[in-house]
Each structure stands twice: as C-alpha cells, then as structure tokens.
Design a protein around this ligand. Structure first.
Ligand SMILES: C[S@@+](CC[C@H](N)C(=O)[O-])C[C@H]1O[C@@H](n2cnc3c(N)ncnc32)[C@H](O)[C@@H]1O
Length: 532
C-alpha cells in the first residue's frame, strides 16, 4: 500500500488528499473511509464535543452524568488543539508511546462533574467501554449504533443518536390549489389509515401528515400496505399531496407567516433543485394567476430535474407557468433588470446534509468536519447575495439540513456582521424570531452562540496498514490564529462571535430542529428582515 502525502493546509483533508493523488489511490482512500466506518466515529466525536444546545440539551448532559463515568482531556493551555491520538507518519512504537501519554494525561471525572464541565473540555475517545446501544433502538446492526456503543463519554448524545438510527417517518402535506379535491383524500385517510398516518398535532390546518410512531411506517416500508401506497402515489401524481419532510416545509411556512410569500408575490429560490420549496411557495404565490418564482440552480442537470418535478407535480398549468428557471451561481445572481427587488428569498444552501442521515445512508460513511468548513464560504456568499437582492421590508429565509453550527449560526453571524461593517450604511437587516403562533406545540430549539471548530487529521494510509480500529482524530482550535499556526486552511468566520457581539446578533432567534424532538430530520432555519 503506497503512502500518500498529507497536505497540512487543507480545509478538507479527505477531499484535498484525493486531489493530490492518483485515481487508484483515491479509490483506496474512499474505500477505506467507507469500509472502516471512520465517518461514524468522527461524526460522533465531533458532535459529542459540541456545547449543549447544538444537538443535545442540558437534560441530555445531566442524564448522561447520572449514569456513567467519563474521561475528558483539558485543551492545551494555549487553547490549541487536543493532540491527535496517533500522529501521521509516526512509527508504530511512537504511536503507542503517544497513546499511552494521552491516556495518562486523561483526567477521570465522575459524570456529574463531567456534566458541569463538558462545555469547557473536549472528550478523548480512546476509552472503549462495554456500554450498550440505547435500549429503545432495536437495530443494533446499525453502524451508527455500533460506533456509539463504544463511546462511554458520548452518552449525552443518546437521544440524538437513537433518533438518527431509526428510519424517518413518512410525511407529506396536503396541497392547496384550486383544482385538486383534497377533502375526499382526508376522509379516506381518517377512515382507513388513522393508525398508520395522521395529521401532526401542531398544525392547526391539519394538512401536514406524519406516520404514527406505533406504525413505524417509512418510505421503505410503505409497500407493506399496498392500498395506502397506491393512494399516496396517485395523490402525489394528481397534485393533491406533496411528499416533503417537515424540516423542509419550515422556510416557506415561515415566509408565508410573515407575509413575504403571498398570492402575487415575487420570490427567488436561489438553490432550488429538486424543488420541494419552489413548489410549496408556488402554491401560494400563483394563486389568482399572478406572482412569480425564479427557481435557480447552478447545476444544469439538477435544473432539468427541477423542471421535471414541477411538470410532474400535478399542479395546474396556470400555476406551473409562474415559474422562471435560471442557471446562475447563486453567489453572483444578477439583480433583476426591472430594478424591483424580491419580496421573499429562499436561501436553502448546499450543505453537508448531516440532518438527512435518517434517509440518506451515503452521508455518514464519508463524514468529516472539513466538508462543513469548506461549504461555509459558499454558504456565506450565497446568503450575502440574498440579503442584497431582497427589497426593504422583504424577508430572506436561510436554511440548511445540517446541525453543524459552522454551516448555520456561523454563517448567519458572519452575514449580520458583514452587513453592519459594510460602511455607507446601505443596508440593514435583522434576524426575526420564529413566530410563536406558527406550529405551536412543535418543539424547536434556539440558535447557539457557542460551538467548537474541528479539523480532521486524516490518517487513512497508516490505518489501512495497521488494519484496526483507529480512525484518525479531530482537532479543535479555539481561534483562527491557532488553527492557521497549525497549518489549517481556515477562515475567521468559522468561529463563534466575540462575547461583546452576542447580544446584538440575537442568534437565539434561529431555529434548530433536532431529530429527537418531533421525530424528524435535523434542520436549521434563520429568518432575516431587511430594514433598510
Ligand atoms: C439543499 S439543495 C436545495 C434543496 C431545495 N431547496 C429543495 O427544497 O428541494 C441545494 C441545491 O443547491 C445547488 N447549488 C449548489 N451550489 C450552488 C450555487 N453556487 N448556486 C446555486 N445553486 C447551487 C445544488 O445543485 C442543490 O440543488
């Protein structure tokens, strides 16, 4: 197995490492990552190191504290990274020595103490225990559960991991449009399938449906009830329902609630394919035969799928004709020729997708924090562009299907600060609270003001040689200077805002949708209003 050189200036060591090597070696690295299960371990290590509020709340930390002993390691005194467990390029003997040293410097704490200091310390994951998978999750063959079972000091992630390891319930929304008769469908569902699928309790319009916990019905098991499957497929084809995840519905619901998406409005969907939000917004703006949606995507092929989705939606022609398709890089989307800016902009940026892992099995095996660190730049550019294209008094909804703060609050905070720092006072924007009377009873978490920024030390070639259970490690750096000094390719906006800025940013107005709260995927939403 030939060794490949590591590029220390890489922000995504895994992908950058692939750039510098031949095809055969790329394949080997990919294969190693997929087969080794490294992604699962790195994902757990990364999220377990995050402060409360990111994916686990105070009760989760306390719950873990009551039942276990954990080990934590203090970050080095100059706030640099926790040293990687095994150094790349070291001899085996040196690696063993380093491991031993790391163990002796590990501070053992009772979980109660560890709970109170968990936000200040970074767990070290080389203490393997015999802890078992969460009792409520029966699928012990799930690789995430298997990885979690080996992590004594990650117990505060138990409810998060349990939710992620179970299939995503089936969800859809009943469409409102002039031509489809949905009352009959609602009646059939209520009469024949109420044990399988019901309207969610927090939606007063009773148009959002989710399969019941007791049925365990998901996309992959729908075929076990052939008549229900047929009903759902035909309702999707004739435009009566839209298969969409609950998290994905939030941006348009919010923009509608603040009266930015209304019949006749002019909307821009900057990153639109495959089109769930375009279609959801279209159902509102096209009412009355007016209104327009510009549906944009940088990938021509994906734009074609979006066109297909719109034409297959079952929506009437006088709705679908209200969509205009464009093919720009959203970060340089041109201003409208008319000079009239947009009433509402949906900014559902490309993301690492780690909120979608309940349905997408391809994300976790390849997971590294570098993917989020790298996407952050583009996400910020796209959001900044959206904030210049919305009219004064209009709204932008920024969203991702990732719970990584680097892709969420870090982008939001940077955009807010850049607008303030622009000089000339040309624009003013603020974050808007999620409206209290929208989906009341739906559990939502506030945005966080603190998080850790991690970088992956890829050691796959060493690991392939050793052939056993070590997956490289994540180093956390307290600030950009330290990360730069350590050779990371980085960017100052990845880090949490200075404490003096926290009050003015109102990051708590963002919405984090944790999978364990409403049995959904993970999702993040921030609503901006342009004031000037
Ligand atoms: C999260 S998906 C959007 C999902 C979509 N909003 C929906 O609800 O169905 C992100 C989309 O952004 C597109 N994209 C990636 N980079 C882009 C860029 N620079 N400009 C515009 N679109 C981009 C991708 O092709 C992808 O279709």
């Amino acid at each position: 197995m030939p060794k490949r050189s590591r590029n220390p200036s890489s922000s995504n060591p895994l992908s950058d490492a692939r750039k510098g090597v031949g095809i055969a070696q790329k394949k080997t690295i990919d294969l190693w990552h997929r087969k080794s299960g490294a992604g699962y371990h790195l994902f757990l290590e990364y999220y377990a190191s995050q402060p409360r509020g990111v994916v686990a709340d105070a009760a989760d930390f306390e719950g873990a504290g009551n039942t276990c002993t954990t080990s934590v390691q203090l970050m080095s005194s100059n706030s640099k990274a926790v040293p990687p467990k095994v150094g790349a390029g070291m001899s085996r003997a040196a690696k063993k020595r380093q491991k031993k040293k790391a163990k002796t410097s590990t501070v053992k704490e009772s979980c109660a103490e560890a709970t109170s200091i968990a936000n200040e310390f970074v767990p070290v994951d080389d203490e393997i225990s015999n802890i078992s998978a969460p009792a409520s999750n029966k699928d012990s063959s799930n690789p995430l559960i298997q990885a979690f079972a080996s992590k004594l000091n990650h117990r505060h992630l138990a409810s998060y991991v349990t939710a992620l390891a179970s299939p995503l319930p089936l969800t859809f929304r009943i469409r409102k449009n002039e031509s489809s008769s949905t009352e009959e469908l609602k009646e059939t569902l209520a009469k024949q399938y109420t044990h399988h699928i019901t309207p969610v309790s927090y939606d007063p319009s009773k148009s959002i449906y989710q399969s019941t916990k007791s049925s365990g019905l998901s996309k992959s098991t729908l075929g076990t009830i052939p008549q229900l499957k047929e009903l759902i497929v035909s309702a999707s084809t004739n435009g009566s329902i839209a298969r969409q995840e609950i998290g994905s519905m939030l941006p348009v619901l919010a923009l509608k609630h603040v009266h930015a998406i209304t019949p006749g409005a002019k909307c821009l969907d900057l990153c639109a394919s495959p089109g769930s939000k375009t279609l959801q917004a279209l159902e509102i703006v096209a009412q009355g035969g007016k209104g327009r949606i510009i549906a944009n995507d940088v990938h021509a092929g994906r734009l074609d799928s979006l066109k297909d989705a719109v034409s297959r939606s079952g929506l009437p022609k006088h709705y679908t004709s209200r969509v205009t398709y464009t093919n720009y890089d959203a970060s340089s989307f041109p201003p409208p020729k008319s000079g009239n800016l947009f009433d509402a902009i949906i900014c559902d940026v490309p993301c690492s997708g780690d909120g979608t892992i309940r349905k997408d099995k391809h994300i976790l095996p390849m997971w590294t924090p570098g993917v989020s660190n790298e996407l952050h730049r583009l996400q910020l550019q796209v959001l900044n562009r959206a904030l210049t294209l919305v009219k004064v008094g209009g709204f932008v909804c920024y969203s991702t299907c990732s719970l990584n703060p680097v892709e969420d609050e870090a982008v939001v905070a940077a955009a807010l600060q850049q607008v303030v720092n622009e000089g000339g006072n040309s624009r003013r924007v603020e974050l808007v609270d999620w409206p209290n009377d929208l989906l009341s009873g739906f559990i939502r978490r506030p945005g966080v003001v603190d998080w850790k920024v991690g970088f992956y030390h890829d050691q796959s070639s060493d690991i392939v040689e050793e052939g056993a259970g070590d997956f490289g490690s994540i180093s956390f750096y307290a600030n950009e200077r330290d990360a730069k000094e350590a050779g990371m390719d980085t960017n100052v906006t990845l880090w949490p805002p200075e404490s003096s800025k926290i009050d003015e940013l109102h990051l708590d107005r963002c919405l984090r949708l944790l999978p364990q709260d409403n049995d959904t995927g993970g999702f993040f939403v921030a609503i901006f209003k342009r004031l000037k």
